[in-house]
Design a protein around this ligand. Structure first.
Ligand code: FRU
Length: 493
């Protein structure tokens, strides 16, 4: 794997031509996605600033132009009318050169549209010449001409009672209350993850520290909370966050998780009272920093998009100098003290051709590079192997064991394995058995929705050679569609 010097990682992009060759090279990768957003070049991580404005959805992603490395981060802007087809708009927030407040990256944040502007709240990742870190909460105002006007001064700097790990502002309007809240991921001086709350009557100035969010029972739960937010869904409140550097049962050696707690939020005492435990949002291997659209009018649901990746690992595309993609948008609802996550109904528009499912002599069927598979399951075991070779060998296995009532996804038999430290299998109990699977396959990813949103397994997979078949056993009925292209993937910086 390539070693990056600090200078290389944090180089400022002065001219798109500097990455034009890189783009050309990457374009020929067999792992470029066809209906998932991915970086033009280099590395994509968190989705940022997800909102509806001016008759379209706006979404930004953390982007490092140079290669598969977490270096200088920009906000890259994409838009969609239907959350299905996406268009590149190019770079939005650029870090300042020299000694600006965000001189080493415009880190994650959120957005709020007011009038004809979108207000973008983000973390200015500042480093002194001796590389001391400072975090600033910054604001930019994006007009309909697409040009962001950065405010010259940050809204506030880091709070001195916490370490400099303070980032990812989420701007929140609480129904029935005046003013605005902002939640920021942070770390206490004794190295516990937490969230800080700020308040202001005005979006643009006057932000005051309101206090640390109290979450009884979660005082020592990871050493940093990234991307926290409180969402109101169906009369409930949901605390979403990414606790770092802790291990959880059933999650292999994975140390970074994206999960949620259902409960109730008291904005006067800044207490989030859990009703139930922490749940991971996704049981797959590659899911992190998920964000909900900020100004959805519907009260009983939310729309969530995640980064299909995790921090501190590497991927086979790193050698091709690109990494990361976004998940499909999911609709969140609350049922029985759990979040239900369903693919958006609009995604049906992506279906192209319905395929006839024809088995070869080995009981295998063709699996198109971009496909949706729907499986109705009757009681009993189900064995589904995806991305096998033409003789049914290898691939990603999905096993439902009816006697144990659990489903397991295992990617250890793919030709290309990676991130062994994350573990190779993930299991989720299914108390009511397995009745349905909806699976989205793209050139290098798979999203498995189990029992109509009861559980999701999201993972990158990098099929090679002949790994384009599947086989299934059990009392099942399978439908399969090829999928249309929905991302433009053009070179626009
Ligand atoms: C999460 C994260 C954020 C940070 C951003 C930097 O993946 O580490 O906390 O703002 O990525 O790209």
């Amino acid at each position: 794997m390539r070693e990056w010097s600090r200078e290389e990682k944090y180089r400022y992009l002065k001219d798109p031509q500097e990455i034009a060759d890189l783009y050309q090279r990457i374009s020929s990768s067999v792992w470029r996605q066809t209906y998932h957003n991915q970086p033009v070049t280099g590395l994509m991580n968190d989705p940022n600033g997800f909102v509806w404005h001016d008759n379209r959805w706006h979404l930004f992603y953390q982007w490092c132009p140079w290669g598969a490395v977490h270096g200088l981060k920009y906000w890259y802007h994409i838009v969609s009318r239907d959350l299905v087809s996406w268009k590149n708009l190019g770079v939005c927030l650029m870090p300042d050169q020299e000694d600006g407040y965000d001189n080493k990256g415009a880190y994650s944040g959120s957005a709020m549209p007011i009038g004809d502007k979108i207000y973008l709240y983000y973390t200015g990742n500042h480093r002194d010449p001796d590389w001391t870190r400072h975090a600033y909460t910054c604001l930019a105002r994006l007009g309909n001409d697409g040009w962001p006007e950065k405010y010259p001064l940050p809204l506030f700097g880091s709070h001195p009672d916490y370490t400099e790990h303070q980032r990812d502002p989420k701007i929140i309007r609480v129904p029935g209350r005046e003013g605005w809240f902002m939640i920021i991921g942070a770390q206490t001086k004794s190295k516990d993850g937490c969230a800080l709350v700020y308040y202001s009557e005005d979006l643009q100035h006057g932000w005051m520290f309101a206090g640390e969010l109290k979450v009884p029972g979660y005082e020592h739960f990871g050493d940093m909370w990234e991307c926290p937010s409180v969402e109101h869904i169906g009369g409930k409140e949901v605390l979403l966050f990414c606790p770092q550097h802790l291990t959880l049962p059933g999650r292999g050696g994975s140390r970074n998780h994206n999960g949620y707690i259902l409960g109730s939020m008291d904005w006067d005492t800044l207490t989030f009272t859990p009703e139930g435990q922490f749940h991971v949002l996704d049981f797959g291997f590659d899911f992190y920093a998920a964000a909900c659209a900020n100004n959805l009018q519907e009260k009983d649901k939310a729309i969530l998009i995640g980064w299909m990746g995790v921090p501190d690992v590497s991927y086979p595309t790193d050698d091709e100098e690109w990494a990361g993609c976004l998940t499909l948008p999911r609709e969140l609802t609350v049922r029985d003290r759990r979040l239900i996550q369903r693919p958006l109904p609009e995604l049906k528009k992506l279906r192209d051709e319905k395929m006839d499912i024809i088995e070869n002599d080995f009981g295998c069927c063709m699996l198109p590079a971009a496909a949706e598979m729907e499986v109705d399951c009757r009681p009993g075991d189900v064995e589904l192997d995806m991305f096998t070779d033409g003789e049914g060998r290898g691939g990603l296995s999905i096993r439902y064991d009816d006697s144990k009532r659990e489903i397991t996804v295992n990617r250890s038999q793919m030709q290309l394995t990676f991130n062994p430290e994350e573990g190779f299998d993930r299991t989720r109990p299914l108390e009511a058995g397995l009745n349905h699977l909806r699976i989205y396959v793209d050139s290098s990813s798979v999203e498995i929705f189990v029992n109509d949103g009861d559980a999701v397994f999201t993972s990158r997979v990098f099929p090679c050679g002949n790994e384009h078949f599947f086989r299934i056993q059990g009392d099942v009925f399978v439908r399969l569609w090829t999928m249309k292209r929905a991302v433009q993937d053009n070179f626009l910086i």
